[in-house]
Write a protein that binds this ligand. Structure first.
Ligand SMILES: [Mg+2]
Length: 375
């Protein structure tokens, strides 16, 4: 296929309401309010050759309007570029916004565009993104998170865990990190007893323990044979995570809050985690994610990307070591397609690109949009 040119870009801001307010430990310690919605930045790119790509970034609680505003400022420079030259285009976007940095909101705005470019590239090749990248597998171990939040009473957590397993999801994660660790302990014990010893179980403290609490409670949790303890400490406490990872048999997972490859490198260099949890939209897109994946594999780390299974399923399928992908059904209303789970694994769709088109509901939840180039 000959080279092509970016002809048109549409950016949109979409507010997805959650069915009910969601609380993790950050709410129970009083640091955040329950989450009621997620704000998405969608980027849709069309080329002169009439190829199309779609990508998205997102923010929780705050930052959505800022991501949209930044993308709006830098996107016009893409018109006329060859969409296959993702490295060049990515650098151009970074330089356009260099004054506000290479992490956080600025690169999260670029992420939506970058993801759209990868989607487009895979579609041009007629391949699912995982295959374009070089897949190691056509399905990825999947675990459910959405059923294990702290606003849900334990009986509901157990019910929803059973439903997840019946739906073909392989593992269950529940939230911990409450001010009273005895309540956490009761919930973990109840879920472990409910699931039996064979179901992979993870816990996530969402950064709410200090170092002594994480060590003492981490030792208590060893009896439950957890797949990992997630975010036991502040996301930026590399040294604390490293001490914990060395002291406990249970693997330590972290990284979802970080917003650049550079921040992740600090964790990797400190040997802070056994399992790294990057989030492509949060660290600037698929381009930086792939760079990080090479470093993580080189350092012998396992991978369990955070959130956005619609994107991360492909990236996990292309990671050398057997990864996990996180199941959330929250984004389903935004798209016309659904991902399948079977025998504990999520199947990589055989549709080209990411394999998603946005729904009419997504259009109805659009609060702002802008366009560049010609339709
Ligand atoms: Mg988490």
């Amino acid at each position: 296929m000959p080279s092509d040119q970016i002809r048109h870009i549409r950016l949109s801001s979409v507010v997805l309401p959650l069915e009910r307010p969601v609380s993790d430990a950050k709410v129970l310690t009083g640091r955040q309010k329950p989450m009621t919605e997620i704000v998405f930045l969608f980027a849709e790119i069309a080329t002169a050759g009439d190829q199309h790509g779609i990508g998205f970034s997102y923010s929780k609680r705050a930052g959505g309007p800022a991501q949209y505003a930044h993308a709006k400022e830098v996107a016009a420079g893409l018109i006329g570029e060859d969409p296959s030259d993702i490295g060049k285009v990515y650098d151009k976007l970074l330089w356009a916004g260099a004054s506000v940095g290479r992490s956080g909101v600025a690169t999260q705005a670029i992420a939506a565009i970058d993801i759209a470019l990868w989607d487009l590239k895979a579609k041009r090749a007629g391949l699912p993104l995982a295959k374009l990248l070089g897949a190691h597998r056509d399905s990825v171990r999947a675990y459910n998170t959405s059923g294990g939040f702290l606003h849900a009473p334990i009986e509901e957590v157990k019910e929803r865990a059973s439903k997840s397993l019946a739906d073909g999801i392989g593992g269950i994660k529940i939230k911990v990190g409450q001010p009273d660790t005895r309540i956490d302990l009761e919930r973990v014990r109840a879920v472990r007893e409910h699931l039996g010893d064979d179901v992979p179980l993870m816990v996530d403290a969402n950064q709410q323990w200090d170092r002594p609490t994480a060590l003492r409670f981490g030792r208590v949790l060893e009896q439950f044979d957890l797949v990992w303890i997630e975010e036991p400490l502040d996301a930026y406490d590399a040294e604390g995570h490293a001490q914990l990872a060395a002291a406990l048999d249970t693997p330590i997972a972290t990284g979802e809050m970080l917003s650049s490859v550079t921040e992740h490198v600090r964790l990797i260099d400190a040997r802070a985690a056994d399992i790294i949890q990057p989030d492509a939209p949060r660290i600037g897109g698929i381009t930086p994610f792939l760079r990080l994946a090479v470093l993580a594999d080189h350092n012998g780390l396992q991978l369990a990307p955070h959130f956005a299974m619609e994107i991360h399923l492909h990236l996990a399928a292309a990671y050398p070591r057997e990864p996990w992908v996180e199941h959330f059904e929250w984004l389903n209303p935004l798209f016309n397609e659904r991902l399948e789970t079977l025998d504990g694994r999520m199947l990589v769709p055989d549709r080209p690109g990411l394999g998603f088109t946005t729904s009419e509901q997504c259009a109805a939840w659009t609060v702002d949009s802008c366009e560049f180039g010609t339709r």
